[in-house]
Design a protein around this ligand. Sequence first.
Ligand SMILES: Nc1nc2c(ncn2[C@@H]2O[C@H](COP(=O)(O)OP(=O)(O)OP(=O)(O)O)[C@@H](O)[C@H]2O)c(=O)[nH]1
Ligand SMILES: [Mg+2]
Length: 492
Amino acid sequence: MTQRLTTEGGIKIAAQPRSTIGPLGRTENDTIAAIGTAAGRGGIGIIRISGGRAADIARALFRPLRGAHRANNSEFALKPHHLSYGILINPADSEKVDEVLLAFMPAPHSYTREDVIEIQCHGGNIVLHKILGLVLMNGARLAEGGEFTRRAFINGRIDLTQAEAVADLINARSEGAMKMAARQLSGGLKKQIQGLIAHLRDMLADVEAELEFSEDGVTGLTAGTITSAALKERVIGPMRKIAESYQLGRALKEGYRLAIVGKPNVGKSSLFNRLIEREKAIVTPFPGTTRDPVEASVTIENIAIDFIDTAGMRQSHNPVECIGIQKSQEAMQTVDLSLFVVESQAPLDDDDHRIFQQVHESNMLLVVNKTDLLDSGDRPMLPMAYAQRDPVFISAKSGAGIDVLKKRIVQSCGLQGQGECEAVICDLRHKVAIEAALGEACHAAESIDENRPMDMLAMDLKHALVQLQAIIGEGAAPDVLDAIFQKFCIGK
Ligand SMILES: Nc1nc2c(ncn2[C@@H]2O[C@H](COP(=O)(O)OP(=O)(O)OP(=O)(O)O)[C@@H](O)[C@H]2O)c(=O)[nH]1
Ligand SMILES: [Mg+2]
């Protein structure tokens, strides 16, 4: 086979027959290749090839060292779904590049539903790039970010929610996020959305049947055939539940942000260090130590939590301290929860009360620190408004009460035990679409209750359907897919 060679980034690449040119200049029929393992040195590295030329490329570069067809014979048979041991050669001079294992997954039983070859070689950057270069010279082009998964979606192996879950699984920051992504990947969300689509389609079919038989096409609904109760029970209720799960899903995926606030010297930085289990923030006996917000992430009960230690808030004329205080106030506005720290051994003062006023309307957990300074068994006297917030008593110094505080943080975030819960949505795209579908379905229910013309009802149901179909990727426009898959890493 003769191949025209072009040069790209210093590597000679065989020209590919171009068929359907995609929005990024790629063609859907190209054979694509990329390094599938993370950059850096590792025991093994994997190069993945997908497309019609994958097997030919393998035959050009691989020589088996076991079995009937030994080295220097490119006419060997690739055994499907087996690992073959052999050497990877440069066909230009037959030079041995590496000892490798080669897997052949013929279409349609592969990740992309195309022919897929995976070459497991030694995991050094130079080896991997050398082999990738040879693969590109022998008929593949470099894959774009997410292109393997995009092909799995285009070829119908997974829906769009499952494709998105692949990226979420790779990027998971905690076990909770990982479990959520794994459930979505195995089709949890897809099944829910498909169920809703099926109900809406049934209803739409009934409405359209009635419309067909009506004379003017705008008659009211005949009693009892399509009820708003059924729509609420089968569609609106479940959709509302899915929409409400976003807050939890987002927190699981992105982590929870939590600011530690209070007046100077109450022990915020000491508590921060205790929670993150290392001495990251500076602690001194001098009020006004922390200026810049200090951030660190930890996992509590499978949930990633970003803690922010902030400057102590008080009336100050020091311009540097004032900037720090300004940053504390900004942090309080953007977090999911504020830990408001006061001291147990000293009476509360105006600085405490001012901060309390600022945080008490928001999601706040009151923490009373330095309980080691109290006589044993003593509990500090707190004003009613504070006591009603069910404070947590701790000593950042001794660690007393920290486990209780961690539990209360998870409770306050509404995340308790959520690592195990049912399918939830964590993607803004899903939230926007499900809320739009919900709005249309509620409008449809009103149309039924108010006996509005049936063509209006049909329109509402169709609009709701389009939104739900968008979630699973039915009829998704190429630019929407580009936006989704460009977030993926190359090789996935
Ligand atoms: N006895 C006792 N001392 C504590 C405790 N927590 C903090 N301290 C002490 O209180 C002082 C201030 O602690 P920091 O953690 O720096 O307080 P902060 O709230 O971050 O202070 P600023 O950064 O100035 O706002 C230090 O001397 C700490 O050792 C505690 O639980 N018990
Ligand atoms: Mg501090």
